[in-house]
Design a protein around this ligand. Sequence first.
Ligand SMILES: [Mg+2]
Length: 222
Amino acid sequence: MKISGIIYDLDDTLISRDEAFYSGFTRKFYEKFIDKAQFDFDIFFKIMKSADKKTKWSPEKENLFNELRKNFNLKEDNKFYVDFFWDSIVNSVKPDIEANNHLEQLNEINFPWGVLTNGYKYQHEKMIRSGVGKLAPFYIVSGDFGCHKPCKEVFIEASKKIELACEEILFVGDTAETDIIGAKSVGMKTAWVKMGRDYPLKDKPDYEINHVKELGSILNLF
Ligand SMILES: [Mg+2]
């Protein structure tokens, strides 16, 4: 299979969104909004983990808070918590040094690549804080474009930006339902970031990887 370019998802592919979610947002949310007499941190953490599992694929974060409201009495409206969510996540994003080294190596050999991320304005800030923004030849934020992965149009847009046919592009992402299904629907090759999980759907990706740094040798690039 000939791969001439790579498009990456951002969260949990080039940066650890989960680390920002759990060490940033989850802790701050507990400190500020949860009645500690009623819920100790471990119980709260379990509920948060299950709510996140149900809603993390969606760029609409109100879903997370609707889920949390089933267990917790949250006094403010969803918009308030969604803003709090993004502020704390964005402030907790750190560069993934190994991922950035991998991207720098691509740049050294002039290998075409870019980023396609679901979400809205906060994704721009994550690109900056992670250091990916200054490395990336281009990136697309789905909310700016007008439809989110897995919609075909946003993948087609990415293929235009990278100036390659979909069949020559490898799409790399951690979410089967958005990244892998969407990329397959336009004929891109796919690599799924496992994060300790088994692939949840029948139609498997071309590659399963633990970290993007593995792609250099998998694709015989460097
Ligand atoms: Mg992701």
